[in-house]
Structure formats: structure tokens, C-alpha cells
Ligand binder design. Structure first.
Ligand SMILES: *[C@@H]1O[C@H](CO)[C@@H](O)[C@H](O)[C@H]1NC(C)=O
Ligand SMILES: *[C@@H]1O[C@H](CO)[C@@H](O)[C@H](O)[C@H]1NC(C)=O
Ligand SMILES: *[C@@H]1O[C@H](CO)[C@@H](O)[C@H](O)[C@H]1NC(C)=O
Ligand SMILES: *[C@@H]1O[C@H](CO)[C@@H](O)[C@H](O)[C@H]1NC(C)=O
Ligand SMILES: *[C@@H]1O[C@H](CO)[C@@H](O)[C@H](O)[C@H]1NC(C)=O
Ligand SMILES: *[C@@H]1O[C@H](CO)[C@@H](O)[C@H](O)[C@H]1NC(C)=O
Ligand SMILES: *[C@@H]1O[C@H](CO)[C@@H](O)[C@H](O)[C@H]1NC(C)=O
Length: 917
């Protein structure tokens, strides 16, 4: 969310500077008709001495959008010259007294002590030391000695400690800015003194200093002369005070505090108000309709509060309104159509509320509208075609609503549109080919709708397009080869960096023109009906980070060059196709590959040792092929490997585990099922799987590094269900060795894997007893030992497994009473069938009345460490569960200075498949 905050700051900055001429310029006029007096000697000395207190440090002043480019103003100060001509120094013409000192953004670094010669400049009227680094200086009491000071600005210059009472002794002060000194503290008594004493004050900015001790009622004492009051991020809290006496206020910024209660309707007395920022507080109740009488209001920014009710229709009277920013509240009802009469409106941002009904068609009158963001509401109906007349619009975000119908073809008139986000609605029909005339369009996201028909070939004209995401629709036809011509006219370079057409009905071959998009970073064409071979021309895409062609009907050989064509490649997913031949042998040193998935093809031969060059590999899934090989010990060198899936191939031979320590220490999922492995279970590895021994409470999902919307997926058998895990929780741990020819006993070392959730050893030839140390696996949710040759009793210790939901020991040679209590009361006959000697619930009572009960329930509870449970799993990667709020921001440069492209929060992104076992 940090980027969002940044965006908010950026906006407020923009608005403030574009539309609020601070009115602060103080009168320092020169009288050109009389000869100015030169600088007074003592003051010249004081300045030179002051200068010597500091060093120039290149990082002492920030240079961002809030500040001009810093430079060392004091470097022009030379002894023996008239100080009135020095950079940053202003003198009174008649007397030559230094009355102004502006050393803002001057790269000064050093400490200001109370003996500093600065305090000898008694005549100062204006002092600006903002944006330097005063090395955690205190604001010393001597700052209170400038009797004629009207302007004091120490913002963002690394002062800390208490603000001294003496600041309130500056009787002439008109403007005071101490903001952005993050470790400054302002106490209640001093604040009260300040507000009572400084009766001339017009501008007060104490943003981002610690005022947590100041009660909101103190604000009621502020001088009614104030025109600008900024107390953003001051840790203020409590009920909103009545400040209706501040009737001259033009700007009021109380954002990022903890104010609660309602917005007082007495705000209507602030008739001059031009900017009102109350965002990011805990304000609740309705927005007072009286705000609609603030005729001068230009910016109303109330996002991130708890406001409810409707937008007052009186807002239609705010004829000067430029920005209406109400996102992330609980507002509801229809959006009043009166807003359509706000001719000056440029930003209308209402996302994250509960608005319903349709978009008023009157919005077509908002000729100045630049940003229309209504995403994540409950709006419905058709998108009014009148929106096509918003000639200034650069961003339209209507995603995550219930809109239906088609995209109005009038959208082809939105000549300034840079971003069009309509994903996650019920839109249908064909995508209008008129969109192809949006010359400024840089990102087009239509995923999760019901669009059908073909992808318009006119999209080849979108020369600025960076992101095209059409996945999860019903688009058919072929991928238009014109997409390959998406090149910026200026550079002849491809502009497209992100292309996702997955989960549609696209057929035919992948047009080779796509492989000419040299800047493409993400190419996702998975889950379509694409056919044919993938030509080695794909390797011309040497900026690719993600290549996902999975779940199509592609065939032929996998181009050898894919092993080393792009230094950036982190995801290579070709699973569920019809590729044959051998696995690439060309993985090169320095590979960035993190995810490699060839599951579900017809690959043969061996695993090439060059895979061990992919030292960043986290996931390797080669399951469901025809690989005929012994266990690939060389993978042990992949120290980041978390998931290894080799299931359903023709692997054979022993799995011994090597003598190296800590091999596979990050491994969490180890699936060798349905192969021909033989010999004893890999007891050595059970000692090495450190990641299955510790509890990582930090639940995350595994995904591609730069694209938060791309989640790694693998398919696994979980608790008897074959599931494509569309998101992989880092908490999931599993060992599946079922369906092999393992022999011998279950080793005791398996009991060390305390965070293991799923263990399947079924369909082998295991002998001996069920290892009682399995009772240590206190997080186990599924234990399948069925179809082996196990003998003896079911150990009573298994009752410690309080999360166990699936338990299978059927088809062994077990005997004796089944343990009772806890989870064992929930398993039915099928768990036990095919064992001649078992008895007790749910089977028949034991002949001799023998029972196995746990010793004490306390012991059991102390064993269970962290719950996970089926529900948690399905919520994590469940069908249709929204994929979380994590939004990646990608920055692109386009027409506007900098754009923040919100990447998608896709839903049902990559589907969940379930087959009954
Ligand atoms: C500027 O100087 C002229 C002539 O000396 C004088 O008449 C005028 O009042 C001065 N103006 C100010 C603002 O001091
Ligand atoms: C600024 O530069 C100095 C040395 O030139 C360095 O010690 C200091 O850490 C830097 N400060 C920041 C915030 O980068
Ligand atoms: C910065 O502050 C530290 C700690 O107070 C002090 O040791 C150091 O001398 C100061 N540096 C300058 C240049 O004032
Ligand atoms: C000013 O005060 C500081 C801290 O008390 C001291 O280190 C410094 O020497 C003094 N400077 C002068 C010029 O007296
Ligand atoms: C402060 O301003 C008054 C009135 O303009 C003036 O008489 C006085 O000399 C000034 N004091 C200083 C220290 O400049
Ligand atoms: C800090 O002061 C400068 C004037 O030197 C002003 O331009 C800037 O907007 C102020 N910054 C903040 C964050 O208040
Ligand atoms: C400002 O406060 C100081 C200290 O409380 C007091 O001595 C002084 O008289 C006050 N000045 C004004 C103008 O109220």
C-alpha cells in the first residue's frame, strides 16, 4: 500500500501546486528608485560564521517532487563582498540590515547550537532553512528571539526533540512551517501557548511531527486569522473539534490522523475553503450535505475513512470542484447524477465503496474529467455510451463491479485515454475494434468478463500499449498477428511488455510476429486451444521474465534455446501440452529461473544435469511425463528448491540420500509418487528436510518476483483430491512417495518432520509396524499408509494428530484395537478395510473388550502447534476467492509525467481443478 500513499501524496502535491496559490508571498519589495545600502559589517560576519558551522553534503537535501533541485547557495558567499548580493540573502534597502535568509535546499549539514551566529541577525523577517540536514539539532530557544520574524520555515531538515515554548514568542509570525521533522515533539501546553500567542498567524504547517499528546479541543483555540492549516500525520486523535471560527481557512489538511466521529456540519462556515483533506482518519457517519454550500471548494479528499450513507446531491452545487476523492469508505446508494454538472471536475475517485445502480449518463458532461475511478463497488447496468465524450480522460477504472452489456464503441473517441480497466465485470459481446484508435492507450485490462468473438486486429495500432490482459474471457479465433506490430513509432521498439491472453478459447498457432515484441517481459497464453510447434524464434524474446504456454495442445520438441535465451527468465511453464522429445540440456550458468514446469507432456529420456545451473530454482515440476531415469541427486545442490515433483514417470532405482549435509533443506513438497523407485524409504533425506521441521508462521504465497499477479501453480494430490494449486502457500508441506516399490520399515526419522501436513506412503511394499514417531507430526492433516504390508497395532500416539482429517491404513495386515478419541472418532470403515485383525470403532467391538485410549488430553493439546485445516487451504487458493489485495504497481512513462499502473487483482485467475480420486 505504500505506493498508494505515495500516490496520494503525489496527488495532493499536484493539486496544491496547480490550484492553490498559497497567497503567502510576503512583501520584500525593492525600491529601485533609491540606491540600496550595502550589507552591515557585523551581519556579514555573522553570516560567514554561520556558513562555517556547516559542511556541504550531497545527500543533505532531498530532491523529489516536493523540492526544487538543491544546490549549495552558500558557495557564492565571499568575504569582502556585499552580503546583500549573496545567494539567499535579502537586505532592507534603506538600512542594509539582513531581513531575509533563504537557505532552503542548500545541502547544509551540521548542528545548530544555541551560540550560533544565526541568532545575531536580529532584523530577520523571513527565515527559510527547509530541506537541509541539521543532524538532529534541537530547535533551540534562541529561535524565539527574532522579534520581527514573520516567516519561519524549518521543514524537513532533521530537527528533533521538543519544540520550545520560545517559538510562541514570535509575535509577528505570519507563517510557521516545522513539518516533516519526524522526531519533533509538540506538547499540549506549548501548542496552547503557540495558538494563543501567535495572533497574526495565517499559515501553520506542523505535519508529520508528533502531536500525540495534543487533544483535539486545543484546535479550537487556533487563531481565526489562519488561512492554511496543515496537521497531516501528527498522531492526533479523538473526536473532531468544532473549528467553525476559522472562517478564513482556504486550506485544511488533517489527513493521516486518528480523528473519529462525524465531519461537523459546521464546516459550512468555512466559506473560503478551497482544499479540504480529511483522508485517512476514522471518521464515520454521513457526509454532511452542508458541505455542498462551500462554493469555493476545489478539492474534497475524504478517502480511507468509515463514512457511510450517500453522496449528498448538494454536491452538484460545488461548481469549482476539481477533485472528489472518496475511495475506501462505506458509502452506498446511487451516485448522484447531479455530479454530472461539475464542469471543472477533473478527478472523480470513488473506488472501494458500496455504490450501486448505474453510472449516471450525465457524466458525459464532465468535459474536464481526467481520472474516473469507480472500481470495487456494486455498480451495475450498462456502461453509458456518453462516457465516450470525455475527451480529456486519461484513466478509466471500472473494474470489480457488476457491469454488463458491451463496451460502448464510442470509447474509440477517448483520444487521451492511457488506461482502461474493465476487468472483473460481466461484460460481454465483442471487444469493439474502435478501441484500436486509442493512440495513447498504454494498458488495457479486460480480464474476467465474458467477451467473445475475436481479438480486434486493430489492436495492432495501439502503439503505446504496454499491458494487454484479456485472460479469463471466451475470446476465440486466432491470436491476431498484428499484435506483433505494437511498436512505438518513435523508437521502433516494441512497447508491449505484458501480454496475457490465458483462459480463452483461442486456437490456431501462435503467430510468429509475437516473437518480435522485443520488450515483452510477460507472455501468458495458457489454457487456450493453441496448437502447433513453438518455433525457436521465441528465443528472440530476450527480455522475458515469464513465459507460460501451459495447458494448450502445443506439440513438437521444446526449443533447446529456451534454456538460456533470457537472463531475466524466472518462470518457464510449458506444462499440460503435448511436447515430446527430451528435456532441454542447455540451462546455463547464471540462470534466474525460479519456476520450471513441464508437467503433463510426453517428455522422455533423463533429467539433464545442467538444471543444476539454475541455482535460483524454487519449483521444479516434471511430473506426468515419460522420463526414464534414476533419482537426480544433483538437484541437491539447488539450495533454494522448495518444491520437487517427479510423480508419474518411469523413475527407478534407489533413493538413498547423499552424505552431504543440509541437502534439500528448503524442500517443502517432495513428490515421487507413481514411479518405480525401490529399496528403503529415503531416511537420510528425512533428516535433511529442515523446512519440514520448523514452523514458518509467515504465511505467503509463492509467485513471480516482479509480477505479484502471477502466482506459481503446481498440481498435487491433496487428501485424496487431485488439485491444481493455483496459489501455493509457503506453509504447505507434503511428502508423497506412494505408488512405488519401496520396501522395509517406516524410518523413525520421519517423526522429525514436525511441520509436515501431508504424508502419503501408500501403495508400496512397506513392512514392520506403523512407526509410533508419526505421532510427533502434530500438524499432519492427511496420513495415507494404505496398501502396504504393515503389521501390528495402530499406535495410540496417532491420537496426538489433532488436525488429521484423512487417515488411511486399509489393505495392510494390521490388528488389534483402533485408537479412540479425538480425530479417530471421525474416520469411517474405509480407512481400515482390508485388515483382517483390526477392531473397535468404527469396526466391530474387539472380542475381549480391549480399547486404546489416549492417556491425557492435555498432552494432546500441547502437541498441536498451528492449525491450517482444509478450510484454510481452500480459502487460500479456493474457487473464485478473490486473490487478495496485494497490488503490484508498475511505473511507466507515457504522456503524463509518471503513471502508476495498477496491476490486476484477478479473480479465479488460474482455475482450481478437482477430480475425485
Ligand atoms: C521609493 O523611493 C521613492 C523615491 O525615493 C519614494 O518616493 C517612494 O515612497 C519609495 N517607495 C517605497 C515603497 O519605499
Ligand atoms: C549521506 O552521506 C554520508 C557520507 O557522505 C553517509 O555517511 C550518510 O549515511 C548518507 N546519508 C544518507 C541518508 O544516505
Ligand atoms: C552530528 O551529531 C552527532 C551526534 O550528536 C555528533 O557527534 C556530530 O559531531 C554531529 N556532526 C556535525 C557535523 O555536527
Ligand atoms: C557552541 O556550542 C557548542 C556546543 O555547546 C560548542 O561545541 C562550540 O564550541 C560552541 N561554538 C562557539 C563558537 O563557541
Ligand atoms: C522591527 O520592526 C519595527 C517596525 O518596523 C522596527 O522599528 C524595528 O527596528 C524592527 N526591529 C528590528 C530588530 O529590526
Ligand atoms: C517546505 O518548504 C518549502 C519552501 O522552502 C516549500 O516549497 C515546500 O512545499 C515545503 N514542503 C512541505 C512538505 O511542506
Ligand atoms: C506570549 O507568550 C509569552 C510567554 O507566555 C508571554 O510572556 C508573552 O506576553 C506572550 N505574548 C503575547 C503577545 O501574547
Amino acid at each position: 500500500m505504500a505506493s498508494l500513499l505515495w500516490f496520494a501524496h503525489f496527488l495532493s502535491f499536484l493539486l496544491f501546486h496547480l490550484h492553490f496559490q498559497a497567497g503567502s508571498s510576503l512583501p520584500f519589495s525593492f525600491n529601485s528608485s533609491s540606491a540600496p545600502m550595502p550589507c552591515q559589517h557585523d551581519q556579514s560576519l555573522a553570516l560567514l560564521q554561520f556558513m562555517k558551522t556547516f559542511s556541504i553534503r550531497s545527500n543533505a537535501s532531498s530532491w523529489d517532487f516536493l523540492y526544487p533541485k538543491p544546490y549549495p547557495k552558500t558557495e557564492s558567499w565571499k568575504e569582502g563582498t556585499d552580503c546583500c548580493l549573496w545567494d539567499g540573502v535579502t537586505c532592507e534597502i534603506e538600512t542594509g540590515n539582513v531581513i531575509g535568509l533563504d537557505l532552503s535546499s542548500s545541502l547544509l549539514y551540521g548542528t545548530i547550537h544555541s551560540n550560533n551566529s544565526l541568532f545575531l541577525l536580529h532584523h530577520l523577517q523571513k527565515l527559510d532553512l527547509s530541506n537541509n540536514d541539521f543532524n538532529q539539532s534541537q530547535i533551540v530557544p534562541q529561535f524565539g528571539q527574532f522579534l520581527n520574524l514573520t516567516y519561519l520555515n524549518l521543514n524537513h531538515s532533521v530537527f528533533e526533540g521538543q519544540i520550545p515554548l520560545e517559538i510562541s514568542y514570535l509575535p509577528a509570525l505570519v507563517s510557521l512551517d516545522l513539518s516533516r521533522n519526524y522526531d519533533l515533539i509538540l506538547e499540549t501546553s506549548i501548542f496552547n501557548e503557540l495558538v494563543q500567542n501567535l495572533t497574526q498567524l495565517q499559515q501553520l504547517d506542523l505535519s508529520e511531527i508528533n502531536m500525540s499528546l495534543v487533544g483535539p479541543s486545543s484546535l479550537m483555540n487556533l487563531s481565526s486569522s489562519l488561512t492554511s492549516l496543515k496537521l497531516s500525520e501528527c498522531q492526533l486523535q479523538g473526536k473532531f473539534p468544532d473549528i467553525s471560527h476559522l472562517s478564513k481557512l482556504v486550506l485544511l489538511d488533517l489527513s493521516y490522523n486518528n480523528f473519529s466521529g462525524e465531519i461537523p456540519s459546521s464546516f459550512e462556515n468555512l466559506k473560503q475553503l478551497y482544499t479540504l483533506y480529511l483522508y485517512n482518519n476514522n471518521l464515520n457517519g454521513q457526509i454532511p450535505s452542508s458541505l455542498g454550500s462551500l462554493k469555493e471548494l476545489s478539492s474534497l479528499v475524504l478517502f480511507d475513512n468509515d463514512l457511510n450513507g450517500e453522496i449528498p446531491s448538494s454536491f452538484g452545487n460545488l461548481k469549482q470542484l476539481h477533485t472528489l476523492y472518496l475511495s475506501n469508505n462505506n458509502l452506498s446508494g446511487q451516485i448522484p447524477s447531479s455530479l454530472g454538472s461539475l464542469k471543472e471536475l477533473s478527478l472523480l475517485i470513488l473506488f472501494g465503496n458500496k455504490f450501486n445502480g448505474e453510472i449516471p449518463s450525465s457524466f458525459g458532461n464532465l468535459k474536464q474529467l481526467d481520472i474516473l475511478d469507480l472500481h470495487s463497488n456494486s455498480l451495475s447496468g450498462q456502461i453509458p455510451s456518453s462516457l465516450g465524450s470525455l475527451k480529456e480522460l486519461s484513466l478509466m477504472d471500472l473494474c470489480s463491479n457488476n457491469f454488463n452489456g458491451e463496451i460502448p464503441s464510442s470509447f474509440g473517441n477517448l483520444k487521451q485515454l492511457g488506461m482502461l480497466y474493465l476487468h472483473n465485470n460481466n461484460l460481454s459481446g465483442q471487444i469493439p475494434s474502435s478501441l484500436g484508435s486509442l493512440k495513447e492507450l498504454s494498458s488495457l485490462i479486460l480480464l474476467d468478463n465474458n467477451f467473445n468473438g475475436e481479438i480486434p486486429s486493430s489492436f495492432g495500432n495501439l502503439k503505446q500499449l504496454h499491458i494487454l490482459d484479456l485472460h479469463n474471457n471466451s475470446l476465440n479465433g486466432q491470436i491476431p498477428s498484428s499484435l506483433g506490430s505494437l511498436k512505438e513509432l518513435s523508437s521502433l521498439l516494441s512497447s508491449l511488455v505484458y501480454l496475457d491472453l490465458s483462459n480463452n478459447l483461442l486456437h490456431g498457432r501462435i503467430p510468429s510476429s509475437i516473437f518480435k515484441l522485443a520488450n515483452l517481459s510477460v507472455l501468458i497464453l495458457s489454457s487456450n486451444k493453441l496448437i502447433g510447434e513453438v518455433s525457436s524464434a521465441v528465443c528472440e524474446l530476450n527480455s522475458l521474465e515469464i513465459l507460460d504456454l501451459s495447458n494448450n495442445s502445443l506439440n513438437g520438441f521444446i526449443p533447446q534455446c529456451l534454456g538460456n535465451f533470457s537472463d531475466n527468465l524466472s518462470v518457464l511453464h510449458l506444462g499440460m501440452n503435448k511436447f515430446h522429445g527430451t528435456i532441454l540440456e542447455t540451462f546455463s550458468i547464471g540462470s534466474n529461473l525460479r519456476y520450471l514446469n513441464f508437467n503433463g507432456n510426453q517428455l522422455q529420456g533423463r533429467i539433464p544435469p545442467s538444471i543444476s545451473n539454475c541455482i535460483n530454482l524454487e519449483i521444479l515440476d516434471l511430473g506426468n511425463n515419460n522420463i526414464d531415469d534414476t533419482f537426480p541427486y544433483f538437484l541437491e545442490t539447488l539450495s533454494k528448491l522448495q518444491i520437487l515433483i517427479l510423480k508419474s514417470n518411469k523413475f527407478h532405482g534407489l533413493v538413498k540420500g547423499t552424505f552431504a549435509n543440509y541437502s534439500f533443506s528448503k524442500l517443502r513438497i517432495f513428490d515421487l509418487s507413481n514411479n518405480l523407485f525401490s529399496g528403503p524409504l529415503p531416511a537420510k533425506y528425512f533428516n535433511d528436510f529442515k523446512a519440514m521441521m520448523i514452523f514458518d508462521l509467515n504465511m505467503k504465497y509463492m509467485g513471480a518476483p516482479n509480477y505479484s499477479s502471477y502466482d506459481y501453480s503446481v498440481s498435487l494430490t491433496l487428501k485424496g483430491l487431485e488439485i491444481e494449486l493455483v496459489k501455493i502457500q509457503t506453509l504447505l508441506t507434503s511428502i508423497d512417495l506412494s505408488g512405488n516399490k519401496f520396501t522395509g520399515e517406516i524410518p523413525q526419522s520421519i517423526g522429525k518432520l514436525e511441520s509436515l501436513k501431508l504424508l502419503n506412503l501408500s501403495h508400496n511394499q512397506l513392512t514392520g509396524n506403523i512407526q509410533p514417531s508419526l505421532g510427533n507430526l502434530s500438524n499432519l492433516e492427511s496420513l495415507d499408509l494404505s496398501s502396504n504390508l504393515l503389521v501390528g497395532r495402530i499406535p495410540m500416539q496417532l491420537t496426538y494428530l489433532t488436525f488429521l482429517e484423512v487417515f488411511r491404513v486399509s489393505h495392510n495386515q494390521l490388528e488389534g484395537p483402533i485408537p479412540e478419541g479425538k480425530q479417530f472418532n471421525t474416520f469411517d470403515n474405509t480407512s481400515y478395510e482390508g485388515n483382517l485383525g483390526l477392531c473397535g470403532f468404527p469396526l466391530e467391538k474387539c472380542d475381549n473388550g480391549e480399547r486404546q485410549q489416549p492417556t491425557s488430553s492435555k498432552e494432546i493439546d500441547s502437541k498441536s502447534k498451528i492449525g491450517f485445516g482444509w478450510k484454510a487451504i481452500s480459502a487460500g487458493y479456493g474457487c473464485g476467492v478473490i486473490f487478495g489485495i496485494a497490488m503490484g504497481y508498475v511505473v511507466f512513462k507515457t504522456r503524463k509525467p509518471t503513471w502508476f499502473v495498477r496491476m490486476v487483482e484477478g479473480e479465479g485467475h488460474r482455475k482450481l481443478k478437482r477430480f475425485s480420486n
